[in-house]
Ligand binder design. Sequence first.
Ligand code: ATP
Length: 703
Amino acid sequence: MDFRLADTFTDALARLPAQEQKAVKVSVMDLQLDPSAPGLQMHRITASKDPNFWSARVNRDIRLILHKTGASLLVAYVDHHDAAYAWAERRQIETHPRTGAVQIVEVRERVEAAQPDLARWWTPEETTLPMAAEAPARFLFDGLEDEALLGVGVPEEWLTPVRRTVEDDFFELAEHLPREAAEALLEYASTGRLEAPEPAFVEADPFEHPDARRRFVTIDSADELAAALDAPWDRWSIFLHPSQRAVVERRYGGPARATGSAGTGKTVVALHRAARALRSDAEARVLLTTFSEPLARHLEAKLEVLLAQHRGAAGRVTVASFEAVAVELYELAFGHRPRLARPDQVEAALALASAEVGLSGFSQRFLAVEWEQVIDPRQVTSAEAYAVVPRLGRKTRLGARQREALWPVFERTRARLEGQGLMTAPMLFNALADRFEAHADKPFSHVVVDEAQDLGVAELRLMRAIAPSDGPDRLFFAGDLGQRIFQQPFSWRELGVDLRGRSSTLKVNYRTSQQIREAADALLPPSVRDVDGEEADRRGTISAFEGPAPAISLFASERDEQARVGRFIREGLDQGLAPEQIGVFVRSPRELPRARAAAAEAGIEVIEISGDRTEAEGRVSIGVMHLAKGLEFRWVAVMACDDDVLPSPERVDAVVDPADLDDVYETERHLLYVACTRARDRLLVTGLGPGSEFLEDLVRSLR
Ligand SMILES: Nc1ncnc2c1ncn2[C@@H]1O[C@H](COP(=O)(O)OP(=O)(O)OP(=O)(O)O)[C@@H](O)[C@H]1O
């Protein structure tokens, strides 16, 4: 007999107090060992339309709800006695006649009995369209055939309510529908496209249908059960969206990538891929890497959840930032720690070299950009190499003469840094890439990279060099081109990382409400292509839940702005949020005092997000937008979006190549997008009037 858990059970378990959770876990473990479990005093729930629902006694008050058939025992729910019975009486578990997926379906009569006002959904003749003052309401799905609605998993009994849904009712209705149906309808409501039905899943076990697997998990061992019961609040660790699962389970013959807008679960997919490599291959040595150490620590904590019952696996995985892993590998390979040059040391070396050579006609700024974007990452180490290096995307053309004149400056700069025993980060990555490219013996069997949009040329070379180039699933990248804030675009294919046919886009946003996501998406083009022509398309993305629209306010003075953000923070705290569930972001350190002042207005302590820490109990997190990446908060305020703050005037002024201006604008937009998409439930964007030009797109999306 198959033993299964439903997400409705793990969600309900997560809501119980710790003591009761413990008792429930013991009962569920007993049940797995012996499905007849006489100690649990099972009773059929006769008031349910579904004859297979049973209750099982955990203690005097708590009841498990089980769904038993000849072939399957499903733990469906848990709650206090009356609430548990009411849950089962209101539902039935059935295989959808068209899709073939098992669903938990709410029974019409019970819904009507519990919420009489919803009876209107089934009485179309009485449903009249409410008259709105501005836009007249309309039935959202009136034009769809039954067959189309059934094809996306709408239960038969719910066809009428779906047909009669008006916009204001939609999210309430969606709560009652299986997720696959709600998502398909939401996509239809926002794009006018209804996904084509999959061929029905007739032969196989209906619990194995991809839509069933997002809510039911089959448990094969006591270890698996313990892992699921230990972290019931980490839904992502067990229940994946079919599009996530497809990427997690696919066997890739070459490097592969998952893209998707912020919050679609790219990190979740990266974590599952790393865990899968570790579990499926006892010899695997996996690198899971991302762009900063705090994010690496977040990944590590989450990976622990996935590997809770695979103790041996933990010793075979390294979780570290791009730079930290490079430093560690360098030490192992060369026997000493690299000393990394600070930006001011590089600038000083360039200035000295330029003076020594007597270079004229090129600004200091030009030299710095040429070094940062061409010479250093592309490891140009000779005049001959510089003469032919492609200066991708640079609009300032450099003829042979000019390159000849410039080369001695870069040569001396490199020599000076080396003489001081210093390396830049790209030098470090390239030195290691050279070393490992030449060796058949690689430090890792699998490399999984999160935040891959911010890999530079040298980092990508390194990632490619430290895992074998043959064999499946060696290199996996998760990233969103719309969140690129550090690196210039370049061709991955030119570096031997060809993603053609192995790039997938995730479309369901689990983090951010529909309203916040729609506003933030307005900051970016709907679809972008990378240098190699691979498309990342944000169209058709939907959020798993809805909430209030974001608020955008401009003020005449910083004091007024701070008072508004202070009230926002206080409101969150008064509504029961923990301070660490609130984040406040600004463009640069110069604006941080404004965030501090706002928190002071709310009478709450802050922690400043840094390279080492992102949150602290009892404190609101404040930080610059660059460090917002990968984080999430229930409520977010993005402050100081003034017209002379965003885009950063320093960056705009420093542009020497006209091509860079577009890139500065693009990455400044990305920063605002990253900051806004950290919000789960509420977003407030503020600034001094007239405000950043980027706010116009946000405002337009709210009209
Ligand atoms: N299948 C799932 N079930 C439940 N929650 C999920 C699922 N997938 C993702 N989430 C949750 O959604 C949120 C966003 O996921 P994640 O951080 O993986 O997204 P992302 O695409 O990497 O975001 P970003 O681009 O902003 O870094 C997280 O809180 C995560 O736990």
